[in-house]
Design a protein around this ligand. Sequence first.
Ligand SMILES: Cc1cc2nc3c(=O)[nH]c(=O)nc-3n(C[C@H](O)[C@H](O)[C@H](O)COP(=O)(O)O)c2cc1C
Ligand code: FES
Length: 588
Amino acid sequence: MKTIKVGLGTCGVSAGGEKVYTALKNEIAKEKIPVKLLETGCMGNCYQEVLVEISDENGNDYMYGNVTPERVKRILDEQILQDKPIAEWIVKGLNAETEDTFFAKQKRIVLRNCGIIDPNSIDEYIARGGYQAIQRVLKEYSPEQVIEIVLKSGLRGRGGAGFLTGMKWRFCRQAAGDKKYIICNADEGDPGAFMDRSTLESDPHSVLEGMMICAYACGADEAYIYVRAEYPMAVRRLQHSIRKATEKGFLGKNIFGSKMNLAIRIKEGAGAFVCGEETALIASIEGKRGMPRFRPPFPAQKGLWGKPTHINNVETCATVPWIIDNGAEAFAAMGTENSKGTKVFALAGKIARGGLVEVPMGLTINEIIYDIGGGIHGGKKFKAVQMGGPSGGCIPATMGDLQIDYQQINKTGAIMGSGGMVVLDETTCMVEMAKFFLRFTQDESCGKCTFCRIGTKRMLEILERITDGKGQEGDIELLEDLADKIRNNTICALGGTAPNPVLTTLKYFRHEYEAHIRDKKCPAHRCAPLLTFTILENECTGCTLCARVCPAEAITGEKKQIHKIDQAACIKCGKCFETCNFKAIIKD
Ligand SMILES: Cc1cc2nc3c(=O)[nH]c(=O)nc-3n(C[C@H](O)[C@H](O)[C@H](O)COP(=O)(O)O)c2cc1C
Ligand code: FES
């Protein structure tokens, strides 16, 4: 029997996936069509949502993109009942253009089941080989051997800092004390990042299985998943999955007939960025205010409730079962000398094909932007890519041949981070960009340390006056000086990395800061206070449209006569510029 899967991650649902699912369900029931209808998670090519995948009896898969309830009847009539694929709606499966580009250079390890299985079905996860890795680990390996395997794979934590996972596991294993905890960090607060949410929504059992293996290696019998409450679908699917795994005896006492006990609980966070930091996260689970503390002691020595605690990111956890199933060598065979395996990126911003991509380490930025992402949206010029969220920075287009690798990215002043990749085009003002991220960290600072609380505020004020056209000589040096002080005097990496977006834009786009300060110009024509709108006398036809849309009544002129803008009255909203049909208004 044929099967139909509808992508119902948050991306699919927000594009109207539930309506498509209902339309399919109703039509199948009405016409008594012999077909199995299933839900699945994110398929990756979010820019083509709503996505529907059809598998036939011969093992062929056809992915339909941009599906609407109106298209449902024809898909059922032609693809399901007559075996006639509708070429113009297919985005993968008929040698469609996107198949060669969006998916060709990807390698799906973390996303191995995403968009393929029903995330609410433990049986589908098992049918794809799920929960074999934990069984093997319990039967065949000692905790030390598991740690060796993970070390040999070269897996580095995907939550940002990129520390060797096996090494962290060993610290926790070797810590004194019988009672230990492990935590999966699903706080995911970086603007532009949605890798962890999609993984949890699409394949929650892979994260649970990774946590089980981690708990065995570390010697923990209790675990928490710290997930932000703004991710309700992820929370629901996790709750369901924990229940199902417990019912089957995979969680609880003597799991898989072994001596191992493990309980996994969910702690919903209120969505504070700082709570992604390990010590703040632990405080939050303990019911205290999510504030970081100085280290040492490290959580591996003194963590949750004072006991040795190990924390891993969602993506790190989901990778672990694959390593056990396929071998450390298979993982280490991918990537570069010091960055092994694959990395998931949330490709967002001014990109033609945004979505969730997983690539082997070592691919270049240009391969991701152009070969996978299809280049810049609207055919504009690629300017930079923002990586690592507020702790990271901007890498300019001129460095597009840079390989994705922890060391290579760090050398630029940005960081790999957790995988947010925000693409910027020529219309982005880099000072405004830096201001956006600094405002974010300023807002999110817990306020515990002075440099983070006040220093970022002072930096933000300087950036604000620069984009307001009130920048002064010496502002750049002041920003650099403050950045230096903040970086070296904060309790945690929130403040410690907060100046990175400013420092990288200063490194690669210093001329834009100078243009704002000295020439009172914004080269990208974004900062409203620095813009001047003028009507070109030769082009103006006197159509009066600009005068009619101007909310400040700053434009005057008779019908069929040349119009004029009163610069003193102009509020620089740009409505006239956007409305003029004759390109008679210039923005400078
Ligand atoms: C301010 C701040 C926010 C962070 N947010 C996250 C987050 O949302 N998710 C995450 O996995 N790690 C986050 N981290 C990193 C974690 O503290 C920690 O290093 C990570 O979860 C460890 O897992 P890994 O070894 O698998 O990378 C953050 C760190 C800081 C300083
Ligand atoms: S408390 Fe984290 S930098 Fe201030």
